[in-house]
Design a protein around this ligand. Structure first.
Ligand SMILES: [Fe+2]
Length: 165
């Protein structure tokens, strides 16, 4: 499992990373209108980008579903699930591992050549690998006239500053 390999390589709690990776797409099967209605019901923030691209709500909705009196998954796991699509500034290392494990799913790596470079970089630095991923995807979104989530831009800027210091 990629999340476990990355967690061990970078000294991150592998159990939390595995739980986050296993749970991250819990709400992925919901369609656009169901995601919006769930998000509204749960009182989640729905910004301009989420309103137009409700798929971005599947992480936040899943994280909220996972909050229960019967378990205590911890804030890092919940954050990892909530932000596995956009990322966000100040994200924990557990959340970074879950973020990368999702993007480096072997089926995705086989489909998108730039991910091989992200995979190589992830062995040395979580931050550099995520920065590379965000640079490439933001570039793609701009080239194709897509919306870019502000959290991804802020996260990219944070990583750029951090990795160049
Ligand atoms: Fe997802």
């Amino acid at each position: 499992m990629i999340s476990q390999e990355l967690a061990i390589l970078h000294g991150v709690d592998a159990r939390s990373a595995d739980i986050g990776t296993a749970a991250h797409d819990l709400a992925r099967a919901l369609d656009r209108s169901s995601l919006l209605s769930q998000a509204e019901k749960l009182g989640l923030d729905i910004g301009l980008v989420e309103r137009h691209e409700p798929i971005l709500l599947h992480g936040p909705v899943a994280a909220r579903w996972l909050v229960s009196d019967d378990n205590d998954l911890g804030v890092e796991v919940l954050e990892a699930v909530a932000r596995h699509t956009t990322g966000r500034t100040g994200m924990s290392d557990v959340a970074k591992v879950v973020f990368l494990a999702d993007k480096l799913d072997p089926r995705k790596v086989a489909r998108f050549p730039y991910l091989a470079r992200v995979a190589d970089m992830s062995k040395h630095s979580l931050d550099s690998a995520i920065l590379e991923y965000l640079d490439r995807t933001i570039e793609y979104f701009l080239d194709n006239g897509n919306l870019v989530h502000p959290m991804s831009i802020e996260f990219r800027n944070e990583l750029l500053v951090r990795t160049s210091e």
